[in-house]
Design a protein around this ligand. Structure first.
Ligand SMILES: Cc1ncc(C[n+]2csc(CCOP(=O)(O)OP(=O)(O)O)c2C)c(N)n1
Ligand SMILES: CC(=O)[C@@H](O)[C@H](O)COP(=O)(O)O
Ligand SMILES: [Mg+2]
Length: 638
């Protein structure tokens, strides 16, 4: 039985076997009997390492045995192992040559928090957004077949990730191609929240039936001596089997279903995987695991321990679970808006694709359960569901991370904007998100929203403006989006009352001369600091669409340099919108656009990354000074 822990070790545990494993071949050289010790050492080291640096926690603990078994029986990296979401791959990274770097994970210059092809040959596919693993693994299987290569292809997907449409698109196609593909369903009955939906219930019933079968097997010996009782059980068994036959769903679409197995029984895993790894055609192995396995507090609170902060020495364990601080997070501003607006208007209904906690919706879900919908990891469904609600004159709000909204772009255009339906988007994690890195960057939403007719888009500068702009957007009788970042604001007090702000109107923050800084969103404080040094005008633009064109025209007339500032890709962002207006209006004032360059911004601390990109006060000031010098030099040349 695997060892369990009730504290996160603050000193590195002794891991003599693990220390000898610098790549899976070293693991495979060990006798099978030693794998129990490898599992215990790997779990102990994982606890220690994540305690040292913070990061995703429960999911990795839940796949320690599975990771060992997979790298032991499959010839990785030649056999392709594709993880889904990838937040559970810290054990995988430890076994594939990154044990000593694990404490650098999610830090600038350190390991990525997800599999990354540029990081290791064992990271066969870059993930971070869920439900892509089966498609990718099938593509690899087909690719190997085309190349005449004999290699195995394995996708490891969680029960949460399995709720997304793309997972079933891939299952459907795999059944069609009949490729040699192993899909391992890692079922811990958890998403980040508790998993929801018919699929989750189905999986739970399978497990219940497993218990039933164990009872039946156990009972057979006793009952067979009691014909009447045995007859009753057999009749009951028929009805139970129809209700919970585990293979019904997957077998009926063309997969050979195996399981469910105890995903923490390394011997059962090794035996089963050893038997099925060379079976032909699409196979689905269903394993049951516990999120947070082996660490009692995480097993008891898999939501709270989905990710943890770095454990500060001498601080108690509870410091590990992220707790609210003195400043409000933007997600909490959003949650407060939802509750206050819902209390006034029964038409408010809120939807999240499996991000209830991260979107600040826990209180709303408790106070208004009948108007709260966690639709599982189903962003496309979330948006069209909102469209349907709007058709019935409800006023739906979709809470969605900027990066995950990318997955439902057609639904936004085709189902909502084209029909000009009254759907409000609370777009969280807009801008650089920090430790989650490039897969989670919320840096494209202005580009992909701005060009959609009927959309209006707001970018608040602080907590109070966020609340008021959310209310304004929600009041608006059409598609409206408000984007705000991960983390806390500058501490601006919230006005109790809702106060709808004029749509498309900016706010003068500082009167200056020569230079006007047009700030779109939360970089306003940095703009203000730079403006003090430059005696520049500062505008909180508030709206990316519609732009405050009257204000821009006035600024262009009275300043010799306009500077746009945004936490978004420069290409097609808010600055581009200003440029387009100036060009269309034949206004020739010089413009300096400040924002994110045309590259992916990898993991690190958000503020440090922003400073590194020249988007802190010093960087903004320097960029403006450099541009002014350039203008002066050009003027001097005549
Ligand atoms: C498209 C997409 N939507 C949402 C998320 C956020 N997210 C990360 S992990 C997770 C839960 C995944 O559940 P499961 O696959 O069961 O993995 P577990 O954490 O239970 O091991 C979610 C919703 C994501 N990564 N990608
Ligand atoms: C793996 C994944 O996609 C989520 O766990 C994500 O990391 C959550 O991000 P936040 O921490 O910003 O809520
Ligand atoms: Mg799960």
């Amino acid at each position: 039985m695997a060892k369990t822990f009730d504290e996160i070790p603050l000193t590195r545990p002794s891991t003599p076997l693990l220390d000898r494993i610098d790549r899976p071949a070293d693991l495979r050289a060990l006798p099978r009997e030693q794998l129990h010790q490898v599992v215990d050492e790997l779990r102990a080291y994982l606890l220690y390492a994540v305690g040292q640096c913070g990061g995703h926690f429960g999911a990795g603990l839940g796949v320690v045995e599975l990771t060992v078994a997979l790298h032991y029986l499959f010839e990785t990296p030649d056999d392709r192992l594709v993880w889904d979401v990838g937040h559970q791959t810290y054990p995988h990274k430890i076994l594939t040559g990154r044990r000593e770097q694990l404490t650098s994970i999610r830090q600038q210059g350190g390991l990525s928090g997800f599999p990354n092809r540029a990081e290791s040959e064992y990271d066969t596919f870059g993930v971070g957004h869920s439900s892509t693993s089966i498609s990718a693994a099938l593509g690899m299987a087909l690719g190997a077949e085309m190349a005449g290569r004999q290699r195995r292809s394995v996708a490891v997907i969680g029960d949460g990730a399995m709720t997304a449409g793309q997972a079933f698109e891939a299952l459907n196609h795999a059944a069609h191609t009949k490729s040699n593909l192993l899909v391992i369903l890692n079922d811990n009955n958890m998403s980040i929240s508790h998993n929801v939906g018919g699929l989750a219930n189905y999986f739970a019933r399978i497990w219940a039936s497993k218990t039933y079968i164990a009872l039946r097997e156990g009972g057979k010996k006793v009952l067979s001596a009691m014909p009447a009782a045995w007859d009753f059980l057999r009749r009951t068994e028929e009805s139970m089997k129809n209700m919970v036959s585990p293979d019904a769903l997957f077998e009926s679409i063309g997969f050979n279903y195996i399981g469910p197995l105890d995903g923490h029984d390394i011997d059962e895993l090794l035996d089963t995987l050893g038997n099925i790894r060379d079976l032909k055609g699409p196979q689905l192995l269903h394993v049951y695991t516990t999120k947070g396995k082996g660490f009692a507090p995480a097993e008891a609170d898999p939501v709270g321990y989905h990710a943890i902060n770095k454990i500060e020495p001498k601080k108690k364990l509870e410091q590990a679970v992220p707790k609210p601080g003195p400043l409000l997070k933007y997600q909490d501003i959003f949650g407060g808006f939802l509750c206050d607006a819902a209390a006034r208007d029964a038409r408010l209904v809120a939807i999240t694709p499996a991000m209830c906690e991260g979107s600040g919706m826990v209180e709303f879900s408790r106070r208004f359960p009948e108007r709260f919908h966690d639709v599982a990891i189903c962003e496309q469904h979330a948006l069209t569901l909102a469209a349907g609600l709007a058709c019935e004159n409800q006023k739906p709000v979709v809470a969605i991370y900027s990066t995950f909204l990318q997955r439902a772009y057609d639904q936004l255009i085709h189902d909502i904007a084209l029909q000009n339906l009254d759907v409000t988007f609370g777009i969280d994690r807009a801008g650089i998100v920090g430790e989650d890195g490039a897969t989670h960057g919320g840096v494209f939403d202005l580009a992909y929203l701005r060009c959609v007719p009927n959309m209006i888009i707001a970018a608040p500068a602080d907590e109070n403006e966020c609340r008021q702009l959310l209310y304004t957007a929600w009041q608006h009788p059409g598609p409206a989006a408000v984007r705000y970042p991960r983390g806390t604001g500058p501490g601006v007090p919230l006005a109790d009352r809702f106060n709808a702000l004029p749509i498309g109107k900016g706010r003068r923050v500082r009167e200056g001369r020569q230079v006007a800084i047009l700030s779109f969103g939360v970089l306003l404080p940095a703009a203000q600091a730079a403006a003090e040094a430059l005696d520049a005008t500062v505008i909180d633009m508030r709206w990316v669409k519609p732009l405050d064109e009257v204000l821009i025209r006035e600024l262009a007339t009275h300043h010799s340099l306009l500077v746009t500032l945004e936490d978004h890709q420069l290409m097609a962002g808010a600055g581009s919108a200003v440029n387009e207006y100036l060009a269309a209006s034949a206004l020739t004032v010089p413009v300096l656009n400040l924002g994110l360059p045309d590259t992916f911004i990898h993991h690190g601390k958000r503020d440090v990354l922003l400073a590194g990109l020249g988007l802190d006060a010093a960087g903004i000031e320097q960029s403006i000074r450099d541009r002014l010098l350039g203008l002066e030099a050009r003027a001097a040349r005549g």
